[in-house]
Design a binder for this molecule. Structure first.
Ligand code: 2HG
Ligand code: ZN
Length: 513
């Protein structure tokens, strides 16, 4: 009798339940310190002296993009505000090009006229990077949604930047492949936006970051030049790897118009285990054991704490499938042989349960059950939005430190915060620390920041692991990067976008122009 049966409490068809810094802050110059200590460094700086959109400009755009130059304020509303509804711009023009050539003409024109541009994908970002701050023209990739080529021998997909991640996943699954990244926002986010922000997501542990899986990019530079680096080669050491400049630079150096990306084969067998642990230490030991015993079939190791679970139950009416625990883990295996994978998983589960690292759990092998278990991790962000205002922190730390920050923060804030919750990507050492309050609360914010950034810097962490800096985090960059590196970023920006028209007020701090 296998471990599934032995511990089966509710033996559903395929679901089984058992009982069971570098301290960069020391490098800061006086001006950097002043900037960070400014009362609200995440707030918008003053508008830079860009031109205002005129009737002549609109006439140009309407000729170039007939029916795709949007000026109706009602239609513009959702593009002016971010998904979290925390940042709102005041753009009066939304452009919807379909081709790279159109993007090139838009940027050439805007650069000559000194008009600022905010590139926008699915607008699912969490740091205010994808919406205008003032009246920047919104350049949306929503109509750039063609798959260009897919090679089913190499697994290399080339597509336009506006393809929705989930559509690409469905396209590939029909061909027995998958996208190397997956994230909660998959139904809306665009691949171009994913690449621009270097989105991490739920599969990074297995397939690595976009810095490795993106093989080529086509980018339109600020002056309209088209940079065709759309290589479809696994190996290419000819000169500098320019595409890396555009991955993660949040549309400040160029507009990504097409992407080629290396896609893995669709795994033949997928299992998801949802487990409970009574301490974070036990969770870490489970992770170590899991890496050792599951090896190459491990595709995700995610966690959420009990506070996250309460919010999922309260706001989304999701049901906790196991006994209440202080911590929950989502483990996914993806492999090519169901029997082999199940055997490995059984052995691992037997080990963590007999050694009492895990107190309870359930496993799913069937698609709808897998989806339901993943919802418990993927929908935490959504559940938090029902709590009022959420202060969000996306921190990389040595994995053994990630939950210490949550606990420290709870002690530090006392009852000032409504909730202090932790969840994230254990396998990547990436914590999502979220702090809620009924509404925006400057006193609470002052208690969180710069405390959270100093804490992160002290442990040599990153203040933005996978969400980018956008508008909200730009002035905190010095906690994770030395002044020399930030200055060099400023020089690169000045070289590629001398007038600063591309996504102004984002990514770089206010003292770099
Ligand atoms: O909302 C957040 O803080 C995290 C969102 C996302 O990166 C996730 O991993 O769920
Ligand atoms: Zn995440």
């Amino acid at each position: 009798m296998g471990i599934f049966q032995r511990f089966a409490r509710i033996p559903l068809k395929s679901t089984y339940i058992w009982s069971l810094c570098r301290q960069y802050s020391t490098d800061l110059t006086a001006v950097d310190r002043a900037l960070i200590q400014h009362r609200n460094p995440g707030a918008a700086p003053p508008r830079l002296p860009f031109s205002r959109v005129t009737q002549e400009d609109l006439a140009f755009f309407r000729t170039l993009l007939p029916g795709r130059t949007i000026t109706d304020p009602d239609l513009l509303k959702s593009s002016n505000v971010d998904w979290l509804k925390t940042v709102e711009g005041n753009s009066e023009v939304l452009l919807r090009p379909k081709t790279t050539e159109e993007v090139s003409q838009i940027l050439r024109y805007c650069n000559e006229r000194n008009l600022a541009v905010c590139p926008q994908g699915g607008n699912t970002g969490l740091v205010g990077g994808s919406v205008p701050v003032f009246d920047e023209i919104i350049l949306s990739t929503s109509l750039m949604k063609q798959v260009i080529t897919f090679d089913n021998i190499s697994g290399i997909l080339t597509c336009q930047a506006g393809c929705v991640l989930e559509n690409l996943s469905n396209y590939l699954e029909e061909r027995d492949f998958i996208m190397p990244l997956d994230l909660g926002a998959k139904g809306s986010c665009h691949i171009g936006g994913n690449v621009s922000t270097n989105a991490g997501g739920l599969r990074l542990l297995r397939y690595g970051s976009l810095r490795g899986t993106v093989l080529g990019l086509e980018v339109v530079l600020a002056d309209g030049r088209i940079l065709n680096c759309l290589a479809t080669l696994r190996k290419d050491n000819t000169g500098y790897d320019l595409k890396q400049l555009f991955i993660g630079s949040e549309g400040t150096l160029g507009v990504i118009t097409a992407v080629s990306i290396l896609c893995p084969r669709k795994p033949k067998a997928v299992n998801v285990a949802f487990l409970g642990c009574s301490s974070f230490q036990q969770l870490l030991e489970t992770f170590q054991c899991c890496r050792g015993m599951l090896g190459e079939i491990l595709s995700a190791f995610e966690f959420l704490d009990a506070s996250c679970m309460s919010l999922l139950e309260k706001h989304l009416k999701l049901t906790n499938p196991i006994t209440e625990s202080p911590f929950y883990i989502v483990i996914e295996t993806a492999g090519s042989n169901a029997t082999h994978d199940e055997e490995k998983l059984h052995k691992f589960l037997e080990e963590v349960m007999t050694s009492s690292l895990v107190t309870d759990g359930t496993v799913a092998t069937e698609a709808t059950k897998i989806k339901a278990l993943w919802s418990l991790r993927e929908r935490v962000t959504e559940a938090l939005t029902h709590e009022g205002y959420t202060y969000k922190y996306d921190i990389s730390l040595p994995v053994e430190k990630i939950y210490d920050l949550v606990q420290d923060m709870r002690g530090h804030l006392g009852d000032m915060a409504k909730n202090v919750v932790g969840y994230g990507h254990v396998g990547d050492g990436n914590l999502h620390l979220n702090i809620t309050s009924p509404s925006k609360d400057p006193a609470l914010l002052a208690a969180i920041e710069p405390y959270v950034y100093e804490w992160t810097s002290k442990w040599k962490g990153s203040i933005s692991a996978e969400h980018g800096l956008g508008l909200k985090k730009r002035n905190y960059i010095y906690y994770s990067k030395p002044s020399e590196a930030v200055a060099l970023m400023g020089s690169i920006k000045a070289m590629l976008d001398p007038k600063g028209i591309l996504n102004p007020y984002k990514t770089l701090p206010d003292n770099i122009h």
